[in-house]
Design a protein around this ligand. Structure first.
Ligand code: PLP
Length: 394
């Protein structure tokens, strides 16, 4: 068993566990007892693989970005999660969880969403399976993210506004948890990143591990060697990075770099650079590293990219950081926007602003010449056109 994977108690080193109210215990325990057996069963694997292939469009290509490579002096490969159905890596996880929910006999799905990306990915698989879908979303976010609200409704989901607190993601999360406590028998709660109580971080990482499983094969075909010198990904909660790192964790020759959002500057007070600003504590049901005040109140994060605007990181990332296995870097709004524009103009690919944070790290690296670098291009930038237009004044 890898020292970087979850142990039988649900921990990654000092982090993880299940810090949940008593009333949620039966739901989480049911999941914990069954998830491994279900996702390792032949029937599950067959249907998961078939949907990833025919519905999501996997394997996603591994693209050698020639002009980007010339610019930085290394072989830069982009893992094209942006080409997935619904435009990002999130669908890998929601497909996995909907198949799991079916096998647990759950007919009703709930989720929480901030910017709406995870809500859309959840509504999508519920339409695919004909299951009832309820998405909790902060009232403020509902207003800010109208197109995603429309997508969810068109797919038949019910979108419920969270009207308490700051009316954003954490309030939506509270409402979703309350719903799950009240509907323990028929409902499955789909969490969208490698966060939450055990077994969620491990379960989501397993579903996203398809990213590095494919990458190994594709690198072998293209370069004759399965492992890159570097693997990079952006980190909000950390699911695309967990997927990109998964099959390289025990390959010490692969340098792993995770890039957080530094917003207007790490120490500007408007940032989401969790490892630099955070301390150990409990957030959303697990022990990890989070941004908090001296008396333990969660600090409201900020990033220009809605998907990275999260005050913590998943427990596996906290451990990869503390153990030194992975490096945690950060990119500001400005650095990410410039990197997004550069990719667009050098390669004709408009990245999600989240993914552009990972690309921004290239500016800060020096290469020996022939190194192979894999970057997870977690999503496409169509959803961010408004932001790009405002920023660059197109
Ligand atoms: C949601 C999202 C992210 C951040 O989530 P992780 O769990 O950290 O991967 C990154 N990129 C895109 C395109 C997203 O939609």
């Amino acid at each position: 068993m890898s020292e970087y994977q979850v142990n039988e108690k649900g921990y990654y080193g000092d982090f993880g566990g299940a810090y949940i109210p008593e009333m949620l215990y039966p739901n989480v325990e049911e999941l914990r007892q069954q998830y491994i057996a279900i996702i390792q069963s032949e029937g599950f694997k067959q249907e998961f693989d078939q949907l990833l292939r025919d519905y999501v469009g996997r394997p996603s290509p591994l693209y050698l970005a020639k002009r980007l490579s010339e610019r930085y002096g290394a072989n830069i490969f982009l893992k094209r999660e942006d080409l997935n159905h619904t435009g990002a890596h999130k669908i890998n996880n929601t497909i996995g969880q909907i198949l799991l929910a079916e096998r647990l006999g759950k007919r009703r799905i709930i989720a929480e969403t901030g910017a709406g990306q995870h809500g859309v990915a959840t509504a999508t698989v519920c339409a695919l399976k004909g299951l009832q879908c309820v998405v909790y979303m902060g009232a403020v976010d509902i207003e800010r993210q109208a197109p995603n609200v429309a997508r969810m409704k068109m797919m038949g989901a019910e979108v419920i506004a969270a009207e308490s607190g700051s009316k954003t993601l954490k309030d939506a999360t509270n409402e979703a948890l309350r719903d799950w406590i009240n509907n323990p028998v028929d409902t499955h709660y789909i969490i969208g990143s490698v966060v939450g109580p055990h077994p969620y971080p491990d379960m989501v990482a397993r579903f996203q591990s398809i990213i590095s499983a494919e990458t190994r094969k594709q690198l072998q075909e293209k370069t004759g060697i399965e492992t890159p010198d570097y693997a990079l990904a952006c980190v909000g909660g950390g699911s695309n990075a967990a997927g990109m790192f998964y099959h390289f964790l025990d390959e010490p020759s692969v340098k792993l770099i995770a890039v957080e959002a530094a917003g207007k500057g790490v120490y500007s007070g408007e940032s989401a650079a969790t490892t630099l600003l955070g301390r150990e504590g409990v957030l959303h049901g697990s022990r990890s590293i989070l941004m908090q005040t001296d008396d333990g109140q969660v600090i409201e994060p900020y990033s220009i990219s809605a998907g990275l605007d999260y005050p913590g990181i998943g427990p596996q990332h906290a451990w990869l950081y503390k153990s030194g296995r992975a490096t945690y870097a950060s990119a500001t709004d400005d650095e990410a926007m410039q990197a997004g524009l550069l990719l667009t103009q050098l390669e004709g690919i408009i990245p999600a602003i989240e993914s552009a944070h990972a690309l921004a790290q290239l500016e800060k690296m020096t290469f020996k010449g022939d190194e192979n670098v894999v970057i997870c291009l977690s999503g496409r930038g169509d959803k961010d056109l408004d932001n790009y237009m405002k920023y660059f004044g197109f």
